[in-house]
Design a protein around this ligand. Structure first.
Ligand code: SAH
Ligand code: SF4
Ligand code: F3S
Length: 511
């Protein structure tokens, strides 16, 4: 049965159940027990992508939250952060207000990440704490959503060991939150609804954005299936939002005065590859976004394999397209890249970096690197170090390989000893820090455009802001500058932060 057919059938069942106002005991809770299947999540190509534009909040749920509060804990990547904004938007349309205090909350949702084992451990730890709260406050609704919910093993573990959880729903079911909440309120059973489908696109969901920076999803899912990665199983297939929907959302954000937008996708430069009626690539989208009056446009994450010349040509036009490219490499050794199924070689990656540097000489490059992939030898690790020296990344996210159930790499022998993995991570980070420090040193004396975020987290007397290349800058100035562009001269570059002096308290003119 296709995803769409399944939804129609589900909706029919719901209408029968809810409209007839059956009592709790009459209800067929089997429709709210749909656990995940990694095997189904792996399938590609059989389901058409449907774009839904209808509203997610049923009429009778629009005031259900009046006088009640919610709290959402978010783990993982920007995709999850943005999903949280969508869930907040829906909850607030139902009358709920947000709180940061667990004790005040009537609903607590954990929006989880499955990327590495330690991400999952954090969530199980938090569930342990919440058990006591739930005992003190039985009316509290506890939900687990996000990428961990898409894993059978996680759902089984929650059902067995954390049976006090009220709702589990997956990344494809976010728009169903109002309906699932209703079930949790009226039902006695745990509500589990995790679709392991390839995925649709749901437009027009409300979003609660805060501050002057906004995330905009341009595509969902991933078809790359890197052998270590769980994301293609938790997020479905690559599917792009229609250009007019993306551009309309960004124009609206421009009208609202947002200063910076980050285009989001697991693999943003695969944007448009799934359109069969139009030819429109990520480069084309960036060229159109460039013309919208938003001072800064970023994107994350791009994959080296899909980084084409058209995209480089458009990025070189600059304007509001900033000079920062996050280009995960994962390893500097071609053999390891092959085992990871990254679909590029060391040489291909370095060629790409050279092309980018020719077109945008001051582009700042950042990356993601995994150490201790199954079978990684010291020599192969040395290739990663030499690649880092050659590219001179401004910064990087570095990780110890973590086997994920159901992925091809989990079947490979995880044979690099833990101490070796830790030692490699340390050596890699030491090198990256030296390079970051040297790169930052080159900025000494330069005057840079900074978007002021507000007080620094470490010192309230100091303001924190970001350069176009996303570097953190600290300087003294009036708190009223928050949200403005200013010019700052860098006087003391360090590894993680550039310290500087405000050139003028007049907001900078943005070109
Ligand atoms: N879509 C992005 C990143 C997704 S996850 C990309 O392809 O680049 C973010 C990072 O987590 C990855 O780039 C990778 O470095 C790391 N990662 C993913 N799976 C991992 C695993 N099983 N163990 C350790 N790190 C992992
Ligand atoms: Fe994971 Fe690879 Fe997809 Fe990135 S491209 S999300 S690392 S499978
Ligand atoms: Fe984690 Fe899912 Fe993002 S696994 S990194 S939250 S896509």
């Amino acid at each position: 049965m296709t995803g769409c057919g399944k939804e129609v059938e589900l909706l029919k069942k719901e209408l029968t159940l809810l409209d007839e106002k059956q009592t709790k005991s009459d209800k067929d809770y089997s429709i709210y027990f749909q656990p995940p299947s990694l095997k189904d999540a792996k399938k590609r190509g059989k389901e058409d992508i449907a774009v839904h534009y209808e509203s997610a909040i049923p009429e009778d749920m629009k005031t259900v939250g009046t006088g009640k509060k919610y709290l959402i804990r978010t783990y993982g990547c920007q995709m999850n952060e943005h999903d949280t904004e969508v869930m907040k938007g829906m909850l607030e349309e139902m009358g709920y207000e947000s709180t940061e205090e667990k004790l005040d909350a009537d609903i607590i949702l954990l929006n989880t990440c499955a990327i590495r084992e330690n991400a999952e451990d954090k969530v199980f730890g938090e569930l342990g704490h919440l058990k006591t709260l739930k005992q003190q406050k039985p009316g509290l609704i506890l939900g687990v959503c996000g990428c961990m919910s898409q894993e059978e093993s996680v759902v089984n573990r929650i059902m067995q060991k954390h049976a006090f959880v009220d709702i589990i729903f997956g990344t494809h079911n976010i728009h169903r939150l109002p309906v699932l909440l209703k079930e949790a309120y009226y039902g006695k059973e745990m509500v589990v609804e995790v679709w392991s489908k390839e995925g649709d696109i749901i437009e027009n969901l409300p979003k609660k954005r805060e501050g002057m920076k906004a995330w905009v999803n341009i595509m969902y899912g991933c078809d790359k299936f890197c052998t270590y990665c769980i994301v293609p199983y938790t997020r479905g297939k690559e599917r792009s939002r229609r250009p007019h929907d993306v551009l309309a959302e960004i124009r609206d954000l421009a009208r609202q005065g947002f200063k910076e937008i980050t285009l989001l996708g697991q693999n943003v430069n695969a944007y448009g590859k799934d359109f069969d009626d139009i030819s429109y690539s990520f480069g084309d989208l960036m060229d159109d976004v460039r013309k919208i009056d938003i001072p800064r446009i970023r994107f994350t994450t791009s994959h080296p394999r899909d980084f084409d010349d058209r995209l480089i040509e458009v990025l070189a036009k600059r304007g509001n397209l900033v000079e920062h490219i996050h280009l995960p490499v994962q390893s500097g050794n071609t053999e390891v890249l092959k085992l990871m199924s990254r679909k590029y070689s060391r040489e291909h990656y370095l060629d790409l970096v050279r092309k980018i540097r020719v077109a945008i000489p001051d582009a700042m490059l950042t990356t993601d690197i995994i150490v201790g992939f199954p079978g990684e030898t010291e020599e192969q690790f040395q290739d990663t170090l030499s690649l880092v020296r050659e590219v001179r990344y401004d910064s990087a996210f570095t990780f110890i390989y973590s086997p994920r159930d159901g992925t091809p790499a989990a079947a490979m022998e995880d044979n690099v000893p833990e101490e070796v993995k830790k030692d490699r991570l340390k050596r890699l980070n030491d090198l990256l820090n030296v390079i970051s420090r040297e790169q930052n040193e080159q900025l000494r004396g330069q005057t840079l455009e900074v978007l002021v975020e507000g007080e620094s987290r470490t010192n309230p007397d100091v303001l924190a802001g970001r350069t176009r290349t996303n570097k953190l800058v600290h300087f003294r100035g009036s708190k009223e500058l928050a949200g403005q562009f200013v010019q700052v001269t860098i006087t003391e570059p360090q590894t993680w932060v550039l310290k500087g002096e405000l050139v003028t308290s007049q907001p900078a003119k943005v070109v």
